[in-house]
Design a protein around this ligand. Structure first.
Ligand SMILES: [Fe+2]
Length: 178
């Protein structure tokens, strides 16, 4: 499975994004703000890696999972979130010495529902929702922090590039306190 993105939560998203741009060659692809019902919010950057390929360049083993996406990058995207005062994102960062860290790693799959079913049946992980979170062009789900690695795993299927803000909010809320 290809890693689609790595999601960090940090106290200063600008400084962290600058680090990924300068040290790793990433570029800021998208920027948005997620507003929560409690009045807090999280400011986010989506960064894409410098290495890019098109479907015609070569044939990786799993083109079907790309859907209609014609462009492909081997390294993962980076997703950086900074929360406002008392937000779930800020509280998560403060619990980790106010440095933050990797909140989750997202793997790209063809069928999120099938993965949830298989992983649940085989006892490989528990999920934060009973069903995948679905929006236009994107299907996602989260595990709880894994007992063997401490990491939350996300499974994602995208037919469009980029993130859907409603889905990101649902996912952030589904992992509140994790
Ligand atoms: Fe994610």
């Amino acid at each position: 499975m290809r890693i689609d993105h790595i999601a960090y939560r940090v106290p200063d998203r600008d400084a962290t994004a600058k680090f990924f741009v300068e040290a790793f060659g990433y570029r800021i692809e998208d920027e948005f703000c997620i507003d929560f019902e409690d009045g807090t919010s999280a400011k986010c950057y989506a960064l894409s890696p410098p290495e890019r390929y098109s479907k015609t360049d070569f044939a990786p083993p799993d083109w079907a999972s790309l859907g209609k996406i014609s462009e492909y990058h081997v390294p993962p995207e980076i997703f950086v979130s900074q929360g406002t005062e008392a937000s779930v994102v800020q509280e998560w960062v403060q619990k980790r010495d106010n440095v933050g860290g990797i909140h989750h790693i997202a793997y790209q799959v063809k069928d999120v529902h099938a993965i949830m079913k298989e992983w649940t049946e085989k006892g490989w992980a528990e999920f934060t929702t009973d069903e995948p979170i679905v929006a236009e062009g994107i299907v996602q789900c989260f595990t709880t922090p894994h007992p063997l690695t401490g990491i939350i795993y996300e499974f994602i299927y995208r037919t469009n590039k980029g993130f859907n803000i409603n889905n990101v909010r649902d996912l952030l809320e589904s992992t509140e306190g994790l």
